[in-house]
Design a protein around this ligand. Structure first.
Ligand SMILES: Cc1ncc(COP(=O)(O)O)c(C=O)c1O
Length: 226
């Protein structure tokens, strides 16, 4: 197994040139940086090398969406974030699904989702697919643009460097009624401790404006760019 820097398709291409079968596993939106993979290029690259590709789309409420999903792609998602329920899913070709049903130990030995969680997820899914879902995503996009123009996801890191700086900033935001967790090593590399802003369509414009103003007023040493 080898780990390539996330989203770095040049390094991945080099790794895929090694002989032998390959399975590539990646987030489509990375959980601590909130950046997005170039998903179509990744699908093409895995196609080219005959590699199986697993896309974890847990954080991809605003995309990126692969424009084509060939048989060598498995899409994995959770029902616990955007959909506000519990559980998850893996979607792929019939062969892959058959393999997972019969061989995936965490699946085989896990109790089935409860009827209540399943109903909640199904109801949320029908909203996601509706005009209301479009409006919620549009609203979320506006919130993201407000906090960090051009950023691809609602996970917005504010990198502060030291663990103490991140903890202090998180605590001062909490004093203002804003819950923005401090993320420290080993979750992120040493020296990149940060605030992790997670926006939701349920946030009001006033809350997002208050967040922006609070981030602007963090002490000077907190203004290290991401
Ligand atoms: C990238 C990613 N995939 C999957 C999951 C798993 O989601 P769940 O907690 O619903 O099992 C998480 C949870 O945070 C995640 O960050």
């Amino acid at each position: 197994m080898s780990v390539y820097p996330h989203g770095d398709l040049t390094t991945l291409d080099r790794a895929l040139r090694e002989p032998g079968p390959c399975l590539v596993v990646t987030d489509t939106v990375f959980s601590m940086d909130g950046d997005a993979v170039a998903v179509d290029e990744l699908v093409d690259l895995c196609d080219h090398h005959g590699a199986l590709l697993v896309l974890d789309e847990a954080h991809s409420v605003l995309g990126p969406e692969p424009s084509r999903v060939p048989d060598h792609v498995v899409r994995v998602g959770t029902l616990s974030k955007t959909l506000g329920a519990l559980g998850g899913f893996a979607a792929g070709s019939a062969d892959v699904v058959e393999l997972l049903i019969n061989r995936a130990r965490p699946f085989i030995f896990t109790t089935a989702p409860t009827p209540a969680d399943t109903a909640a997820a199904a109801a949320a899914l029908s909203i996601v697919r509706s005009d209301e879902g479009d409006a919620l995503r549009e609203r979320l996009r506006r919130h993201v643009e407000h906090v960090r123009p051009g950023h691809p996801s609602p996970i917005i890191p504010v990198i502060l460097g030291s663990e103490q700086a991140a903890l202090d900033a998180s605590e001062s935001l909490l004093d203002e009624g804003l819950l923005v967790p401090a993320i420290r090593p080993p979750t992120v590399p040493p020296g990149t401790s940060r605030l992790r802003v997670a926006l939701s369509a349920a946030h009001t414009d006033e809350q997002v404006a208050r967040l922006c103003s609070a981030l602007d007023h963090l002490p000077e040493q907190h203004h290290v760019s991401s």
